[in-house]
Design a binder for this molecule. Structure first.
Ligand SMILES: [Zn+2]
Ligand SMILES: [Zn+2]
Length: 377
């Protein structure tokens, strides 16, 4: 053992918390794992050192002894098992296997104590696409998705009936094994049953002992009024079932908005393009525009309204996600130039043109040519 300074081995300060220690350990363990460093003796011994350091620093009792008495304190006393599970000896493989299983499958918490080998289920992410109207009023949408659920056959135990489970022979059902170290007695989770006190002797046929199965699930997700495009809603516990009593993961629903034929959303405001006839814009008048709740409202177009002018209709936009207040409806004027004029309309436009000092082109083909010549040349 090159270094007996476990903190230095893991590169953490002496007051590091459990999470910091675990993170540092994971990083190093990944880097020096034998699978990644085949045939590299130095990596192998480093790997053993960081495991030794982690084993001590992640176990509060051992860490306390180590902090007080140093590594010698841990090794002192009661020969017998010679140190904790015998770092130096033939048990290495077993101990690392156990540690690794805990660390890399457990996902969260624990650190090898309490409920080893229980694992939180995975979080899942799905999308729900709704209409603007649904986003306006809020909606409950069914979301269909695949997730891993507890096996109904064995209720998640993974065993065939109660007889498929037997008491763990290593810890005799206690779930923990004891070590004596002179004055100190320590217990740690039983490596053979992962602290469950039971092992499966006959696996459940439906899930092959996994305790979980893929299922198609439907959850009605309540999407609040005013939801923004891309918002993510969390359904706590809606994800994959946990393993060995672990909590279920969460379900995340990302909200997408379908394209709307009339309105474009700008935050809490809605934008509507209103077609306005040239004479309406010139003379002024009224027009009506649709609103998101259904129906239409009248707006006044003042005389001389220009193309692109925006009128604001207060409180006809989207609600705030918090439930207070509403955005506005922005009505944007799109001037429409009439085509397919009737003879009478044409006459009137020609008159307008004359009044403005423009000579109107005739509808006659020859004169049209003349008109273009005049413009171009
Ligand atoms: Zn089962
Ligand atoms: Zn056991």
């Amino acid at each position: 053992m090159a270094s007996n300074d476990y903190y230095r081995t893991l590169g953490v300060p002496r007051n590091a918390g459990p999470d910091e220690i675990k993170t540092a350990y994971r990083k190093l363990a990944m880097k020096y794992h034998p699978d990644r460093n085949q045939g590299n003796k130095e990596a192998e011994s480093t790997f053993k050192e960081i495991n030794e350091a982690y084993e001590v620093l992640s176990t509060p009792e051992k860490r306390q002894v180590y902090d007080q008495y140093g590594a010698e304190g841990l090794k002192a006393g009661a020969g017998g098992r010679g140190g904790f599970g015998g770092f130096q000896g033939a048990d290495l493989g077993d101990m690392f296997g156990d540690l690794f299983e805990n660390l890399f499958t457990q996902g969260q918490g624990g650190g090898g104590r309490g409920r080893p080998r229980s694992r939180r289920g995975a979080d899942l992410k799905y999308e729900a696409e709704i209409t603007l109207e649904e986003a306006f009023s809020g909606v409950k949408v069914p979301v269909n998705f695949d997730r891993t659920e507890l096996c109904e056959e064995c209720d998640g135990t993974g065993a065939r009936g109660r007889t498929g489970i037997k008491k763990c022979p290593t810890c005799h059902g206690a779930g923990r094994v004891q070590y004596s170290q002179g004055f100190f007695a320590f217990s740690q989770a039983c490596p053979d049953c992962g602290g469950q006190g039971e092992v499966i002797s006959s696996p459940c046929k439906a899930c092959n002992g996994a305790g979980r199965q893929k299922k198609r699930a439907t959850i009605n997700v309540k999407i609040p009024a005013g939801v923004e495009e891309g918002s993510v809603l969390r359904v706590s516990g809606g994800g994959d079932a946990g393993l060995k009593g672990g909590d279920s993961g969460d379900l995340y629903i990302q909200v997408g908005l379908k394209h709307h034929p009339h309105f474009e959303r700008q935050g809490r405001d809605l934008v509507y393009d209103a077609q306005v006839q040239v004479w309406q814009a010139a003379l002024g008048g009224e027009t009506d525009v649709p609103v998101i709740e259904g129906g239409r409202v009248k707006i006044r177009i003042p005389a001389g309204t220009q193309h692109g002018k925006v009128f604001r209709v207060h409180d006809q936009g989207m609600p705030s996600p918090g439930g207070k207040g509403r955005g506005d409806l922005l009505v944007k004027v799109k001037l429409e130039v009439p085509h397919d004029l009737s003879p009478r309309q044409r006459e009137l436009f020609e008159e307008l043109a004359k009044l403005a000092g423009h000579e109107a082109p005739s509808q006659d083909g020859d004169k049209d040519k003349g008109f273009f010549k005049k413009i171009l040349g």
